[in-house]
Design a protein. Structure first.
Length: 133
């Protein structure tokens, strides 16, 4: 039999899950409909865009996302094939790869980030829902 404290923890966990799945689903649907990318692809674009260096090391990206190395590589492959990210070798360390947003990736990220942030605000803030075209 669960204690009241255990029940409270379970309810807290379920609330966090509910918020995450509701928010992730809303963002994923909107990004797919408006920009033909999913939340996973957007998150990679966003992390590369947020990099303080001109280019983001693939290793740094792996440290900032909960994705496995394999899953992340597949997403980067799709983004590269779509012309949104470019990979290049590191001159100092041939084992390292740098990622950069292409002009198309930068433009798409800029537009998609507005939608992403609006949906985060709508789903995570207590304020009124945002209106989406």
């Amino acid at each position: 039999m669960a204690t009241p404290q255990d029940q409270q923890l379970v309810e807290q966990w379920r609330s966090i899950q509910n918020t995450y799945f509701r928010t992730a689903g809303a963002i994923d649907r909107a990004l797919e409909a408006r920009f033909s990318i999913g939340l996973t692809e957007f998150e990679i674009l966003d992390l590369v865009a947020d990099s303080t260096d001109a280019a983001c090391r693939m290793k740094q990206l792996g440290e900032r996302t909960p994705m496995t190395q394999s899953a992340m590589s597949k997403v980067v492959d799709r983004l590269e094939k779509a012309g949104l990210i470019a990979r290049r070798s590191c001159e100092d360390d041939r084992r390292s790869l740098f990622l950069e947003l292409t002009d198309a990736g930068r433009a798409l990220h800029g537009e998609a980030a507005v939608e992403h942030r609006a949906l985060l605000k709508e789903n995570l803030d207590e304020g009124p829902p945002a209106v989406h075209p």
